[in-house]
Design a protein around this ligand. Structure first.
Ligand code: 6GU
Length: 281
């Protein structure tokens, strides 16, 4: 996957060189480039913002530096496409084709515009994005980017405004890092043990079960006995019950969306909701 990030604070994104994401870049699983928006300004002060038409507080990011930065990214993509037959991943079937396998139309890169005004990012969206070939993150600051950039971009990109939650940040950098981490850990090969992806919170709409490690007794607290039993079926059932209870307690909104609860699942939830926790020991 190719990821480009445009920001006036490229140093912000340096943290992505650490840990699993950095390793994925080193291994060639992820091609990550951070661009400085000010490289696309030509005045003495490298101006990227100006006052809003119509008045109001704050500043607005000017259109032209953004258009030049995004065009520069598109140009790089076209150049790479021309010699893709000999490039890495050329043997990789239709996944790397610049054309949609079904419609034959040119596949546009995804342009994520972090904004508290967008739909809220979640694990489903992360899974969807993890199959993309090329994602560009446009990190706005101040009050945001001139709307004409967003409208113009739609011709070249699949444009998606995206929020990471109902609160306000100072800019899109941290939000982009959140989304890049959530997406890139789903790319095959990035996480050493893919099984660790299947039992985590949000994977199937439930929160994770509680986990324990040695020692079996710590400061007067014992690990639940069933986990020491070696009975894998019983442990799996116990873990699912804890996931159901935990989700019912802290995220009933998630539970309400679930369709595939069986009779046992429903009984666990109902018991929890009625306040009878005698079965949970
Ligand atoms: Cl994506 N950007 C900003 N500036 N604030 C946010 C956000 C994004 N998501 C939640 N708050």
């Amino acid at each position: 996957m190719k990821i480009d990030v445009v920001s006036i604070f490229p140093e912000y994104l340096a943290g992505l060189q650490l840990s699993l994401i950095g390793k994925a870049v080193d291994q060639g699983l992820l091609d990550l480039t951070v661009h400085d928006l000010r490289d696309f300004t030509f005045d003495r002060h490298n101006t990227v913002d100006d006052s809003p038409y119509g008045g109001g507080a704050g500043m607005v990011m000017k259109a032209e530096p953004w258009a030049l930065a995004l065009e520069n990214i598109l140009k790089g993509q076209q150049a790479a496409g021309e010699d893709s037959a000999s490039g890495p991943g050329a043997e990789n079937g239709d996944g790397d084709s610049p054309y949609d396998a079904r419609t034959g139309a040119a596949r546009k890169p995804i342009l994520i515009v972090p904004s508290p005004a967008g739909p809220v990012f979640n694990q489903r969206i992360a899974e969807d994005l993890s199959e993309a070939e090329h994602i560009v993150f446009a990190c706005g600051r101040y009050e945001g980017i001139d709307q004409r950039v967003i409208d113009w971009s739609a011709e070249h990109f699949d444009v998606r405004p995206m929020s990471i939650g109902d609160y306000v940040l100072n800019g899109g950098e941290v939000a982009s890092m959140v989304m890049i981490e959530a997406v890139s850990r789903l790319i095959p090969g990035v996480i050493g043990n893919p099984e660790s992806l299947t039992e985590e919170s949000h994977e199937d709409g439930l929160l994770e079960y509680p986990i324990y490690t040695k020692p079996a007794s710590w400061r007067g607290q014992d690990v639940p006995e069933i986990l020491l039993s070696g009975n894998h079926r019983a442990i799996a059932r116990w873990r699912r019950d804890r996931r159901l209870e935990r989700t019912a307690e802290v995220r009933p909104d998630l539970l309400a969306e679930l369709q595939d609860l069986d009779k046992h699942d429903r009984a666990v939830v109902e018991r929890f909701e009625s306040g009878d926790e005698s079965m949970t020991e």
